[in-house]
Design a protein around this ligand. Structure first.
Ligand code: NDP
Length: 307
């Protein structure tokens, strides 16, 4: 595409200040400006968090997230609008977040913090604590997030297995299963870590059958997308002690509704869809955008193209 004006859509402010990204990209050979909904038609391309129908008139839309399930792919295709995403940048950030959930469960940090809020001096039961070396994490999704999780947990002595569609081996994973063998893959894991995108195939992939196949003392971690997990089935498994606990960054409804029982469960850690938050986020997105502006100038195909 021929690009003259690139808008940084104001919706990115849920993740970082739009002006930081606009400033970072100010040396590009195209005009870069922060825009609101009324200024979309002044651009040929946008960098955005949310979708707007007015984007369908543009040449190119870049999502600051890796997950692009909120964009209508078919309409992009019909209108000839390019869609690119931000996969490839979240590995270390999400890896460290997942490690912090696992360390909290093992060393009981979430309980200490909850007790501290109540000024309550309460030690864990003698057999509540454990250490990570020798435990097994089954990481479902072996892409950027999955590999980042595998790298950080691997360095803590966790044995890593994985699940992907093909089951082909991936560096950093001791064993990789195909998705049809999910029940077998999760059976001997202490932690099951969900890092897959939301697609028609992955909607409610984690349901009562999967929770039954997991050990009673296993934890579920979801840093992929909420609807990949059947949330009522998860709540049921937690309430009936057929799982030990869960760390959840993403939910079927976001923000997580106030009435959700997940808020108050002792062995559940809730984080508000921020597993990848980092002060460096806008720079990493900026590097991806810069690369594609360069490619557009050279007439080459785009990096991270989804549609
Ligand atoms: P990648 O494309 O790098 O990896 C996706 C992985 O999922 C691949 O390993 C793919 O493996 C696997 N996969 C896809 N479909 C299936 C399936 N049906 N069964 C089993 N495995 C499957 O993406 P990222 O790692 O960058 O991001 C993954 C998702 O994580 C995003 O789509 C987004 O929804 C979410 N995310 C959440 C964040 C947060 O803040 N919580 C931050 C960043 C991302 P293969 O192709 O081999 O099947």
């Amino acid at each position: 595409p021929e690009l003259e004006r690139l808008g940084v859509h104001e919706s990115v402010e849920l993740v970082f200040p739009p002006s930081e990204l606009a400033e970072f990209l100010s040396d590009l050979p195209v005009d870069v400006a922060v825009i609101d909904d009324d200024e979309i038609d002044s651009c040929d391309a946008v960098v955005t968090l949310e979708h707007r129908d007015a984007f369908l008139e543009l040449e190119w839309v870049h999502s600051i997230q890796a997950g692009v399930d909120r964009f209508p792919f078919e309409e992009f295709e019909e209108r000839g609008v390019l869609l690119t995403n931000s996969t490839g940048i979240h590995d270390r950030w999400v890896g460290e977040t997942v490690a912090s959930y696992l360390l909290a469960f093992a060393r009981r940090l979430h309980r200490h913090v909850a007790n501290q809020q109540e000024r309550r001096w309460e030690r864990p039961e003698w057999d509540d604590g454990f250490t990570l070396p020798g435990t097994t994490a089954c990481v479902v999704g072996t892409g950027t997030l999955g590999s980042g999780v595998a790298e950080v947990l691997g360095s803590l002595g966790v044995r890593i297995t994985g699940v992907r569609r093909s089951g082909d081996p991936v560096e950093g994973f001791e064993e990789v299963y195909a998705s049809e063998d999910l029940l077998e893959a999760v059976a001997d894991a202490d932690f099951v870590i969900v890092t897959i995108p939301l697609t028609e195939a992955t909607h409610h992939m984690f349901d009562a059958e999967v929770f039954d196949a997991m050990a009673d003392d296993a934890y579920l971690v979801n840093v992929g997308r909420g609807p990949v997990v059947d949330e009522p089935a998860l709540i049921d498994a937690l309430e009936t002690d057929s799982l030990a606990g869960a760390a959840l960054d993403v939910f079927e409804t976001e923000p997580l509704p106030e009435e959700s029982p997940l808020w108050e469960m002792e062995e559940v850690i809730v984080s508000p869809h921020c597993a990848a938050f980092s002060e460096d986020y806008y720079r990493a997105v900026g590097d991806l955008v810069r690369e594609n502006v360069d490619r557009a100038e050279r007439g080459e195909s785009f990096h991270n193209r989804v549609v």
